[in-house]
Ligand binder design. Structure first.
Ligand code: HEC
Length: 164
C-alpha cells in the first residue's frame, strides 16, 4: 500500500513539475504548495494515532511481557519489553505536538526496573515492577482524560498460538 502511494507520488510529481514550469510565471509557488499538500497527505496516511499505537503495539506487548516473565522466559521477556518500548517511542516521535508525547517519560522508571529484573532473572522484582508499570499506564490515561481506559495485569493469555 505504502509502496503503491510512493509510486503514484513519483509519477504525479514530475508531471506536476512539468505542468507548472510550462505555466506562465508564479509556477514555483503553486508547485511548492502542491508538494507540501502531497507530503502532508502521505504523512497523515501512514501515521498511526496514539489510540492505534496503544491498541496494536502497547497493549499486546504489555500482555506478552507479563506471560514471558511468568514463565521465566527471560529472552522473550526482554524482546517484549523492547517492543513495548518501541510503542512508547512511536508516541513520542509521531505525536510531538500532543500531550502524551511529553508524558511518556513517566513510564521510563518502571521500564528500567523491569529491564533490570529481567537481566537479573528476578521473579519478584519482575512482578512488583510489572504492577508499577501497569499503574503507570493508568496514571497517564487519567492525566490525559482517558481514565476510562483501565489497564490491569493480565489474567488470561489471549495469544494462545504463541509458546511462552
Ligand atoms: C504517555 C501516556 C500514556 C501511557 C504511559 C500509556 N498510555 Fe495508553 N493511552 C494513552 C492515550 C492518550 C490513549 C488514548 C488515545 C486515543 O484514543 O487517541 C491511550 C489509550 C490506550 C488504550 C485504548 C486503545 C483502544 O482502542 O481501546 C489501551 C488499550 C492502552 N492505552 C494501553 C496502554 C498500556 C497497556 C499502557 C502501559 C503499558 C499504556 N497504555 C500507557 C496514553 C498513554
Amino acid at each position: 500500500m505504502k509502496r503503491l502511494l510512493l509510486i503514484l507520488l513519483s509519477l504525479v510529481l514530475p508531471f506536476t513539475l512539468m505542468v507548472s514550469c510550462q505555466g506562465s510565471g508564479g509556477g514555483s509557488g503553486v508547485l511548492q504548495a502542491r508538494i507540501d499538500s502531497l507530503q502532508n497527505e502521505l504523512h497523515s496516511a501512514y501515521k498511526p494515532g496514539t489510540g492505534a499505537i496503544m491498541n496494536t503495539i502497547v497493549q499486546p506487548h504489555h500482555l506478552k511481557l507479563w506471560f514471558a516473565g511468568q514463565h521465566r522466559n527471560w529472552a522473550l521477556a526482554e524482546y517484549e519489553r523492547q517492543e513495548l518500548m518501541g510503542g512508547f517511542e512511536k508516541v513520542r516521535t509521531l505525536h510531538k505536538d500532543k500531550p502524551e508525547a511529553a508524558a511518556v517519560v513517566m513510564i521510563f522508571p518502571a521500564m528500567d526496573a523491569i529491564e533490570k529484573a529481567i537481566r537479573e532473572k528476578d521473579d519478584q522484582a519482575f512482578k512488583n515492577n510489572f504492577a508499577l508499570l501497569t499503574n503507570t499506564c493508568n496514571t497517564c490515561h487519567q492525566a490525559l482524560k482517558y481514565g476510562f481506559n483501565v489497564i490491569k495485569v493480565p489474567a488470561n493469555n489471549s495469544f494462545d498460538n504463541q509458546s511462552f
